[in-house]
Design a protein around this ligand. Structure first.
Ligand code: FES
Length: 182
């Protein structure tokens, strides 16, 4: 995943429903004219929107779009969501987005022997460089950790409560993309 592959987008449409976990849904379906678009929500939007949106609400959603090479489909990630006025459907009534980074993610990378032998240090350095290069310092806290008790699947890391095993350098962007607005 590279920043250059992502382009800004803005869509007006009707909220149809959530996809995924009911308390922190990962996606919404947005009706735009004749089409239904699936839009991934930045992590800091999920719990807020779960308690706010009703089907039929008119929204303005903006964020970053990327063309997925594997299936030729457009992947949309929302960074901002606003309620549109019921009277004219085009002016913004309320901004629902929270400040990016308010859901700061803590990433722990195991630096004990088995993980270090299998590239744990390079994983740590790659995350550190990606956070710095993409300006994600406000969204990520990165720390070394002791043994995470999954030595057979080294190298291991924890992002929030999510465990990642057998992590490879090429996984770093995708892992950060799960938690950050990038
Ligand atoms: S050494 Fe990393 S999980 Fe045990």
């Amino acid at each position: 995943m590279s920043d250059s592959a992502r382009q800004p987008f803005e869509l007006d449409g009707e909220f149809i429903g959530f996809v995924g976990h009911t308390e922190k849904p990962k996606y919404i379906h947005l009706g735009c004219e004749e089409r239904v678009m699936q839009v991934k929500l930045a992590k800091n939007l999920r719990s807020l929107l779960a308690t706010t949106l009703e089907p039929g609400t008119r929204l303005r959603v903006s964020g970053r779009a990327k063309l997925e090479r594997r299936n030729g489909q457009l992947s949309l990630k929302a960074e901002r969501v606003a309620l549109l006025s019921e009277s004219d459907g085009t002016s913004v009534d309320a901004e629902l987005s929270t400040t990016p980074g308010s859901d700061r993610i803590k990433i722990l990378v195991c630096q004990k022997s088995k993980c270090r032998k299998r590239g744990g240090q390079r994983i740590y350095e790659a995350i550190e460089a990606a956070v710095r290069d993409r300006g994600l310092q406000a969204q990520v806290t990165l720390k070394s950790s002791g043994c995470l008790k999954r030595c057979s699947s080294a190298p291991n890391l924890l992002a929030g409560k999510q465990r990642y095993k057998s992590v490879r350098l090429k996984d770093v962007s995708a892992i950060l993309g799960e938690y950050c607005v990038i």
